[in-house]
Design a protein around this ligand. Structure first.
Ligand code: SAH
Ligand code: SF4
Length: 364
């Protein structure tokens, strides 16, 4: 069989994998072995699976393939942020960004190529949706990061890649089935094994799917609020016209996985003169009453042609003070990886023009 006609096994559930193995005459118990090698140890070839006899390794190799998306760019920022531009077989590209911190690190994973929701401050929103990512494409981003960081066979406490945030390109709840399938595989304790407590899904507010996300996946929720009244939110986060603030906040109050220890994050992009006044901050506090919440203030990350500017540092601090004084934690998100185009969706469009002090690890 050529590679072309082989079946890709990344992204299959255990049950689906068992069915495929059995079709070619392999026993069901092989599922567990293959799963552990592939997702637990990062094997990319069947001949690395030393607990499986040679003959079965060959049978696997004849029919199946363990594949990653192709790495088009692999950039390392001076601050340690690492960004991959990944290409799928159909030539579509997405970005995946690893943001290391002192004792942990989060991988920002994409869920779609482009996005259908045209938030006016978001660069991805200017790119027409090309397609939903399949479970395999989503898991592939995580596997590329573990490969690149060389963390497959490290002790868990020595790993820097600890968390996942579904905050890359696309709206994860507009591609719920594939995202859910991928996250269930990523959370599997015999594989990649990143727990639901270390995964955060960010949504612009696809209200009907928020409850399902909490019940079925139990991951942390982040909500891109960005405005405190419907008139402004209708404009900058247009899905608000369908699911206005009141409905969105009710879904947050009802979110099954939220409790005191696991608060909902409200993301709020700071746009100069648009949503950043003291009155906005006070209204935000009023809206969040009764919700176990924290607020993440995001300095607007400008892109060429964007109709906004970022609020001044003083303005952001004054806004944060009001939210803090009301008892909500409101850190200002540090801008990371500026030199490698860390703003959502920018590397993809600007890659040809990219220059500066970044290191292209692929070119070395
Ligand atoms: N579609 C989802 C997740 C991807 S966007 C969502 O909207 O939540 C991840 C976060 O980045 C969102 O809060 C989004 O509003 C924010 N964002 C998008 N473009 C940005 C920009 N140029 N500057 C700052 N934040 C931005
Ligand atoms: Fe899509 Fe999120 Fe960007 Fe809005 S902010 S256009 S939902 S990716």
């Amino acid at each position: 069989m050529t590679n072309h006609s082989k079946i890709h096994i990344i992204g299959l559930t255990r049950e689906e994998l068992t069915v495929e193995l059995q079709k070619v005459g392999l026993e069901a118990f092989r599922t567990k072995q293959v799963w552990q090698w592939m997702y637990g140890r990062g094997a990319t070839r069947f001949d690395q699976m030393s607990s499986i006899a040679k003959k079965q390794q060959q049978m696997l190799d004849e029919h199946f393939i363990i594949d990653r998306p192709k790495i088009d760019k692999d950039l390392l920022s001076f601050d340690g942020t690492r960004k991959w531009l990944l290409e799928f077989e159909d030539k579509n590209k997405v970005e995946t960004v690893f943001i290391p911190e002192e004792d942990r690190g989060a991988l920002c994973v994409s869920s779609q190529v482009g996005c259908t929701l045209t938030c006016t401050f978001c660069h991805t929103g200017t790119q027409p949706l090309v397609r939903n990512l399949r479970a395999r494409d989503i898991i592939g981003q995580v596997m590329v990061a573990r490969d690149g960081l060389n963390e497959w066979n490290k002790k868990r406490e020595d790993c820097l890649f600890t968390n996942i945030v579904m905050m890359g390109m696309g709206e994860p709840l507009m591609n719920y089935d594939n995202v859910a399938k991928a996250l269930n595989i990523i959370m599997d304790g015999e594989g990649i094994s990143i727990s639901k407590r270390k995964i955060t899904l960010s949504t612009s507010g696809v209200v009907p799917l928020i409850e399902r996300c909490g019940n079925e996946l139990g991951v942390n929720l982040a909500v891109s609020l960005h405005a405190t009244n419907d008139a402004l939110r209708d404009e900058i986060v247009p899905i608000n016209k369908k699911y206005p603030i009141k409905e969105l906040l009710q879904a947050c109050r009802d979110y099954p996985a939220a409790n005191n220890a696991r608060r909902i994050t409200f993301e709020y992009v700071m746009l100069k003169g648009v949503n950043d006044s003291d009155a906005d901050a006070r209204e935000l506090v009023r809206l969040l009453k009764g919700i176990h919440a924290k607020v993440n203030l995001i300095p607007f990350n400008p892109w060429k042609g964007a109709p906004y500017e970022c609020s001044s540092r003083n303005r952001i601090n004054a806004f944060a003070d009001i939210v803090n004084a009301a008892g909500y934690s409101a850190p200002v998100r540090a801008t990371r990886g500026q030199d490698i185009y860390a703003a959502c969706g920018q590397l993809k469009s600007d890659s040809e023009r990219a220059k500066g002090q970044r290191v292209d690890l692929k070119a070395q």
